[in-house]
Design a protein around this ligand. Structure first.
Ligand SMILES: NC(=O)C1=CN([C@@H]2O[C@H](COP(=O)(O)OP(=O)(O)OC[C@H]3O[C@@H](n4cnc5c(N)ncnc54)[C@H](OP(=O)(O)O)[C@@H]3O)[C@@H](O)[C@H]2O)C=CC1
Ligand SMILES: CC(C)(CO)C(=O)C(=O)O
Length: 313
C-alpha cells in the first residue's frame, strides 16, 4: 500500500512514524523548512509507546507525482486550501484521501476538489504536539485513529489501511475502520468542540474549570452541543454522552484541547473550523447559542489581537 502523508506535524508525524515501524513505507509531503529538519534529524517521536528516530522519505508539492493508494491529510484547517493544492498532483483514480482534521466542513471541501468516493471520513483521539525543534511529543495513552467510507460501506481499502496501522508494534496505534464514520465525527465535534470552546474561553483544563465553579456552565455547553448533533441527524450514543457528562464534571480532569495549546503558544487556531461549525449547528438546532458564541468571539478576538502583534510575550 503506497501511503503519502501531507504534513509531518503532531498527527502526521506520529501515525506516519508508527506506520513506518509497522513495515509500511510512507512518504511525507512537507514544506521546505520541515523538509530540512527531517533531512537533518530524521523523524523524532517521544511517546509513552516508545521513542523513534528514523530517516524518512520526503517530497514537496513541486516534486510529488501520482500513484498513491492513500493520502493521509494531517494539516490544520487554516492550511486546508494550500494542502488541497499540494496533494492535487498526487491524487489519481486509485487514491483515497483520509483527513484526520478536527471539525466537519473539510469533507465538503475535499469532495468538491477531488470528487465523492475519493474522500474517507476520519478522526484521531490523541494528545500530541510538534515542538519548535521538530520533535513530536505524544503525551498520554490516547493513540486512536478511526476512519471509514462516508457511504457507510466496509471496503477493502479501509480494511487494508486498518491492517497497515495495526502492524505498528507496542500497541502504539489503535486503528479502527468503522461503518458509521459520519456519526463518529459528529460525536467528536460535540466532545472536542465543547472542550475547545470551554478551555479556550476559560484558558484552563476541564478540572480547573470545574474547580473554578464552572460545572453547570460546562454541562449547559455540552447539552447544547449534543442537541445540535441530534438535530443534524447524528444523536450521540447515550453511553458516550454520559461519559462526557462525567468528564465535564470531574474536578480532577486534566483534559484540554490542542486548540488551547496552540493559543497558549501564540499560534493560529482552528476557531472557525471547530467552534464556528459547532456554533452554526447549535443555532440551526434552535438552542440558546450564547455560550458557544462567547467562545467563538473569544477565539476570533484572539485572532485580531494576534494579527495586531499584541499578544503577551
Ligand atoms: N495535536 C493533537 O493532539 C490533535 C490534533 N487534531 C487535529 O488534527 C489536525 C492536525 O493537527 P496537528 O497534527 O496537531 O497539527 P500540526 O500543526 O502539528 O501539523 C500540521 C502539519 O501540516 C503541515 N502542512 C500544512 N500545510 C501544508 C502544506 N501545504 N504542505 C505540506 N505540509 C503542510 C504543517 O507544516 P509546516 O510545519 O510547514 O507548517 C504542519 O507540520 C488538526 O485539525 C487538529 O485539530 C486532532 C486530534 C488531536
Ligand atoms: C479530543 C482531543 C482533545 C484529543 O484527541 C482533540 O482532538 C484535540 O485536542 O484537538
Amino acid at each position: 500500500m503506497r501511503i503519502l502523508i501531507l504534513g509531518a506535524g503532531a498527527l502526521g508525524g506520529y501515525f506516519g512514524g508508527r506506520l513506518l515501524e509497522g513495515g509500511a513505507s510512507p512518504v511525507f509531503l512537507v514544506r521546505p523548512r520541515r523538509r530540512e529538519q527531517l533531512a537533518r534529524d530524521g523523524l523524532v517521536i517521544e511517546s509513552p509507546f516508545g521513542a523513534l528516530r528514523r530517516p524518512v522519505e520526503t517530497v514537496t508539492a513541486e516534486t510529488v507525482g501520482p500513484g498513491w493508494d492513500v493520502v493521509l491529510l494531517s494539516c490544520k484547517a487554516y492550511d486546508l486550501e494550500d494542502s488541497i493544492a499540494a496533494i492535487r498532483p498526487a491524487v489519481d483514480g486509485r487514491t483515497a484521501i483520509l483527513p484526520v482534521l478536527n471539525g466537519l466542513t473539510h469533507i465538503q471541501a475535499l469532495e468538491a476538489a477531488f470528487g465523492q468516493g475519493r474522500v474517507l471520513g476520519g478522526l484521531a483521539r490523541i494528545n500530541a504536539t510538534l515542538t519548535p525543534d521538530g520533535t513530536i511529543r505524544h503525551f498520554d495513552q490516547f493513540r486512536a485513529i478511526t476512519f471509514g467510507e462516508l457511504d457507510g460501506t466496509m471496503s477493502p481499502r479501509v480494511e487494508a489501511l486498518q491492517a497497515a496501522f495495526r502492524a505498528a508494534p507496542n500497541d502504539s496505534v489503535q486503528a479502527r475502520a468503522v461503518p458509521d464514520i459520519r456519526a463518529q465525527m459528529w460525536d467528536k465535534l460535540v466532545f472536542l468542540g465543547t472542550l475547545a470552546a470551554a478551555s479556550v474561553l476559560m484558558r484552563a483544563t476541564l478540572g480547573e474549570i470545574v474547580r473554578g465553579g464552572g460545572t453547570a456552565l460546562l454541562q449547559r455547553m455540552l447539552e447544547g452541543s449534543a442537541t445540535a448533533a441530534e438535530a443534524a441527524g447524528y444523536p450521540l450514543k447515550p453511553a458516550a454522552l454520559d461519559s462526557y457528562r462525567k468528564m465535564f464534571a470531574d474536578p480532577g480532569s486534566g483534559a484540554n484541547a490542542s486548540m488551547l495549546r496552540d493559543l497558549e503558544a501564540g499560534g493560529r487556531i482552528e476557531v472557525d473550523h471547530v467552534v464556528g461549525t459547532l456554533l452554526e449547528a447549535v443555532r440551526a438546532a434552535g438552542v440558546d447559542p450564547t455560550l458557544h458564541e462567547a467562545a467563538y468571539v473569544h477565539g476570533k478576538s484572539y485572532e485580531q489581537r494576534r494579527a495586531a502583534g499584541r499578544l503577551p510575550r
